[in-house]
Design a protein around this ligand. Structure first.
Ligand code: FCB
Length: 447
């Protein structure tokens, strides 16, 4: 690769977070409970019994956090709105203080010349709706539209980039088939039903957001996507890779872009296929302005007849490097993935809405956090994204996960993904070496 890789002048350099992971103030100012409040307070669900009750206390410290973003030179910031903070029961009564908070946050970002990218659903469903079936209940689709309408009108003219959902695969399967995320259900057919309702609610909300906005308003969805590689060239492993690709990637991409669930997956799921009403499929493929891609690693799979449903199992590569999550570091995967999505689905625009790595960062005696491995991780991923752009991929921006260390779901505070170190007992923020490095990348607009 050449020494300096220049990015286009209008390229957006951002960082991402999510409401439950950073806000804290779980019980303040009229906020309702979410499924994550409930789940994290259920014994045994979260590493170390951690909860998001306080998290990074961002609800109170957002001004400092935006000032840090400005210092880092970010020109975009992706965050999510907590549905129960603005509508405590998920439907009906509105919580004015909740809306006011997002108002202030957006204004503070705009003053700092940072473009807000707002995700409507990053997993914190109002607990009250869960008690009526949550995403498995089709009524939730309508409540989501109402919530989107409220927020879109409130922030209209100031927010121009909306993301309906974050990672519907994770919501569906980690939350409803494997039970490791809220609401902690283990029911594969139900998870498929949830995935269908999420996609439906996405599409309905695209219309809501477009109608509430102006000609600058852009709406998209964020998917967690990965290249899937077979463990060997054996026919059954190649087939296994195709099935896992169908499960993780195509089950979401195909309906959004082609208006159809992949036929091989409908076969594979058989009678577990969700209830799809006439008209649903046409609805789901509503045109979006951009696709958000979250990329962390690839997956290697092999055929495994002992496994139910998908009949595959994962293979851990030898001789690879791993992050603190145990995820293989595989930078060329971002290139492979972007090229594939561009070729197969041709979205108008793509953003990397999350990419980053957890490492066991520590503060040195000099008070510094020297996270060389994160710098290398990001440098390599930026470079491979750049290569894809040179080959015609319409990538317009990149959001590092994450702005700061935060509540990493089932792992609690044990995993640090931040560019900024958070010392939880004091809530002190410390720029890691990677944050300073990122500032230089942004300043020079090159890697
Ligand atoms: C993604 C989530 C994000 C964060 C990263 C590490 O799946 O969207 O909230 O937890 O993983």
């Amino acid at each position: 690769m050449p020494e300096k890789l220049e990015f286009p002048d209008d390229f957006l350099w951002g960082a991402a977070t999510a409401s439950y992971q950073i806000e804290g103030a779980s019980y303040e100012d009229g906020k309702g409970l979410s499924i994550w409040d409930h789940f994290s307070h259920t014994p045994g669900k979260i590493h170390g019994g951690d909860t998001g009750d306080i998290a990074c206390d961002h609800y109170h410290r957002y001004r400092e956090d935006v000032a840090n973003m400005k210092e880092m030179g970010l020109n975009a910031y992706r965050f999510s709105i907590s549905w129960p903070r603005v509508i405590p029961e998920g439907k009906g009564k509105i919580n004015k203080s909740g809306l006011d908070f997002y108002d202030r946050l957006v204004d503070t970002l705009l003053e700092a010349e940072i473009e807000p990218f707002v995700t409507l659903y990053h997993w914190d469903l109002p607990q009250n709706l869960q008690e009526n079936g949550g995403w498995a209940n089709r009524d939730t689709v309508g409540y989501f539209e109402d919530y989107a309408t409220l927020v879109a009108h409130r922030l209209a003219g100031r927010v121009h980039h909306w993301i309906t959902h974050n990672e519907p695969w994770v919501v569906s399967f980690l939350g409803h088939a494997f039970g490791v995320h809220a609401p902690g259900i283990m029911d594969f057919p139900l998870a498929l039903q949830v995935s269908h309702h999420l996609l439906l609610s996405h599409a309905e909300t695209v219309t809501v957001l477009k109608d509430a906005g102006d000609e600058r308003t852009k709406v998209g969805i964020t998917l967690n996507l990965s290249p899937i590689h077979p463990a060997s060239e054996k026919k059954e492993d190649v087939e296994a890779a195709k099935i896992y690709d169908g499960h993780l990637n195509r089950w979401f991409l195909d309906p959004i872009f082609y208006g159809a669930y992949p036929p091989d997956m409908l076969d594979c799921y058989g009678e577990k296929v969700p209830q799809i009403l006439p008209g649903d499929i046409g609805t789901i493929s509503k045109k979006i302005d951009f696709l958000g891609v979250n990329y962390y690693t690839r997956h290697i799979v092999k055929h495994d007849p002992r496994q139910r449903i998908l009949k595959i199992s994962s293979v851990v590569p030898k001789e690879a490097e791993f992050t603190d999550m145990g995820w293989e570091i595989y930078p060329s995967g971002i290139y492979e993935l972007l090229k594939r999505v561009q070729n197969d689905y041709s979205p108008e625009v793509m953003y990397i809405t999350e990419n980053g790595a957890a490492f066991p960062d520590t503060i040195g005696n000099d008070g510094k956090v020297e996270d060389e491995r994160r710098i290398n991780y990001l440098k390599e991923h930026f470079s491979f994204a750049h290569k894809a752009m040179l080959e015609g991929v319409r990538l317009k921006g990149y959001f590092v996960w994450s702005l700061m260390d935060n509540f990493e779901w089932a792992y609690g505070y044990s995993k640090r993904f931040g560019l900024i170190y958070v010392d939880y007992p004091t809530q002190k923020r410390i720029f890691k070496k990677s944050a300073n490095w990122y500032r230089q990348v942004i300043q020079s607009n090159s890697v």
